[in-house]
Every structure is written in C-alpha cells, then in structure tokens.
Design a protein around this ligand. Structure first.
Ligand SMILES: Nc1ncnc2c1ncn2[C@@H]1O[C@H](COP(=O)(O)OP(=O)(O)OP(=O)(O)O)[C@@H](O)[C@H]1O
Ligand SMILES: [Mg+2]
Length: 341
C-alpha cells in the first residue's frame, strides 16, 4: 500500500484548492481541524474565510470572541482570517416567508380554493427544510464570497448531515428538472386554453415560481461545478483513533465519492502521544490506553492509510483560543508518516 502524502506536501501540490470541508462523527474535532486549516492558510498570507455550517455553532467559543450574528467578521489576533457562523434560524424564517408567499400566489393563480396555512406548516416542519436552508447558505458563500477570499474552509455538521448537504445537489437537480418540466407543461396548457394569448404569455413571463426554479437550477449548476472539481474542492474527514469514528469515516468516504465530491484526506485527531504514555513510571492506565490505541492505529493503517494527511496529538486541555489553534495548525502541518506522535 502506498504511503500517505502529508498535509503540507498535499497542499503544496494543490495550490489551486479553494474550498475545504471538514466532516466526521459528532465531537471528533471537525471544528478544531477546520480552524487549524484556516489558521494555517491565513498565517501563510492567504485571505481566508472560516464558515460554520453547523446548526450548533462553536467558532465563538473556540476563538474566544464574538463571531456569531450571521455576518462575516475579522478574527482578532489572526491576520487575514475572517469567520462567519451562518445563522440558520434567520434563513429558515426567510424560507418560510418566501414559501408562504409562493404557495398563496400559486393557490390563487391555479384557482384552488383551499387555505394555504396548513400546507405552509407541513412544508416548513419538514426536517429536510433546515438542511436545504443550510445548503443554500453554503452555495451563497461559495458563489458570493469565492471571489473575495483565497481559501474558504467550511465546518460542517455531523457527517451524515454534511454528506446529505452535498448529496442534496444531485437530488435537487433531478427534482428541479421535474418541477420545471411540469411547470412548463402547466403554463403552456394555460396559454392554449386562454382566449387572450398575449395576456397569458405575459403572465407566464412574470411567473415567479418558474423564475425561482430556473434561478435555483442555475445556482446549483454553478455550485456543482465547484464541488466536483478536484482542483478547487477538498473534503477532509476527521476521526479519533477509535473503532466507531473510523468505520463512520470509511463508510462516508465511499458515499462522498458516489456524489463525485473530491476527498482531500483524513485527519486522525486526539492521538495519545507514545512518549507520554510509555514513559518510565507512567500509570498502567495510560499504557493500557496506548496499547488499545495501537489496535485502532492498525485499523487506520488497514482501512484509511494512504488517505491520512495528519495525526494530531491529544492535548492536555481542550482547544480554546488563538494560541492553541496555532499549535494545532503547526502539528497538522508538520506530521509525516513514520514520525511518532
Ligand atoms: N487533539 C485534541 N486535544 C484535546 N482536545 C481536543 C482535541 N481535539 C478536539 N478537542 C476538544 O474536543 C471537543 C470537540 O472538538 P470539536 O468541537 O472540534 O468537535 P466537532 O467534531 O466539531 O464536534 P461537533 O460534532 O459537536 O460539531 C472540543 O472541546 C475540543 O476543544
Ligand atoms: Mg463542531
């Protein structure tokens, strides 16, 4: 099996990469790895945006500064670094309002004599609703901010969510094609049945639903061009040296590949350092933990090895503040296969 290409070398060989994603099981270190990557880029002189797509944000507590509010803010203490915690609540509310307007318009337009409210309620409580709002936000950032930043790092929600977000683009596409087609059919029927063809045509040109659908399809097409481009986008998975997160990463790598999303690699986080665990006089507890970890490292070697880009030590405290993020970024960038953690 081939040896992994370490992160520093990997990034140096792909300078055109612009969009980075971190995904993985809950709590494995997605946010800290996204921050570590973003810190590295920013400190190397690249204008960088760190965007949290997690409904539960943690950038503010990680950087110990107020980064919430759904707007891009400069990160104090790190030159060239900006951050945004995407405000999903506002987006979902705006979605609901838009949806309500469209539904009311549509029911009136189609002469359907029912109350719109129950439909709006059903549509808005759909669990996929939040995800599509998040997905829409991500596309927004990619398309609108892509020009303004050299690198954009997205901190995604738990992996299933992240992959669904990305996979949604495929499903959206199919759905939109269907919607546009049936809308076209409905509209052309209306023209055919109409006495005043010119008036009907004018109405069609103004049809807000059709316009929305076309806009959305255009946006998704643009976004997919970026997502599926291995020179622009890389999706990184984070795991701990433990059975469950390793198998989750293994499964999701296949899934992401199925959506043509380029995999950048795997970060193995929270590695108990050998020098600490096996030093003379170390507690049996630590030694046992280390031996257990060796077993999981075997699993990583077997299942993920060529994709590993960095191993990150388990620090003595949680990662908070710019200084610790700097240390993490340094550890991520200096890892090489064969070097003991
Ligand atoms: N290498 C490490 N050493 C010590 N603490 C760590 C390390 N990596 C992460 N942590 C801590 O573990 C916790 C979880 O990390 P993080 O928030 O990055 O995980 P996450 O995958 O983003 O979680 P969530 O799924 O909730 O978004 C945080 O408190 C973080 O500071
Ligand atoms: Mg997180």
């Amino acid at each position: 099996m081939s040896e992994p290409v370490p992160l520093a070398e990997y990034l140096a060989s792909k300078p055109s990469l612009k969009f980075f994603f971190t995904g993985g099981k809950g709590g494995v270190g997605k946010t800290v790895c996204a921050a570590g990557l973003a810190y590295h880029f920013a400190e190397s002189g690249e204008k960088t945006l760190l965007a949290s797509l997690n409904p539960v944000h943690s950038l503010s507590s990680l950087f110990e500064q107020e980064l919430w509010g759904g707007v891009i803010k400069p990160v104090e203490g790190v030159r060239n670094l900006y951050a945004i915690e995407v405000d999903i609540k506002d987006r979902v509310e705006a979605y609901k309002r838009q949806l309500a307007e469209k539904l009311r318009w549509f029911l009136k337009w189609a002469d359907i004599p029912v109350k719109a409210e129950p439909f709006i309620e059903i549509a808005a409580t759909n669990p996929a609703f939040e995800e599509s709002a998040m997905f829409d936000n991500m596309i927004d950032i990619m398309l609108k901010e892509g020009e303004n930043y050299d690198k954009i790092v997205f901190d995604c929600a738990a992996v299933a969510n992240a992959v669904r977000l990305l996979g949604l683009s495929k499903i959206y596409d199919l759905w939109l094609d269907r919607m546009i087609k049936s809308r076209e059919e409905a509209l052309s029927l209306r023209v055919r049945l109409s006495f005043r063809k010119d008036k009907a045509m004018e109405e069609i040109r103004k049809d807000p639903m059709m316009r929305d659908l076309m806009d959305m399809r255009e946006r998704i097409k643009e976004a997919k061009k970026i997502f599926n481009n291995p020179d622009r986008t890389a999706f990184f998975f984070v795991t701990l040296p433990l059975a469950l997160p390793i198998s989750v990463v293994k499964r999701f790598i296949d899934m992401v590949k199925g959506f043509d999303i380029p995999v950048g690699g795997v970060f193995v986080n929270g590695v108990l350092p050998k020098a600490l665990a096996m030093r003379e006089g170390a507690e049996d507890y630590l030694k046992n933990k280390y031996m257990e970890q060796e077993g999981y490292m075997g699993m990583i070697r077997r299942d993920l090895w060529p994709l590993v880009r960095a191993m990150i030590p388990l620090y003595e405290s949680e990662i908070v503040g710019v200084k610790m993020i700097a240390k993490l970024a340094d550890d991520m960038m200096k890892w090489k296969p064969g070097v003991e953690i």
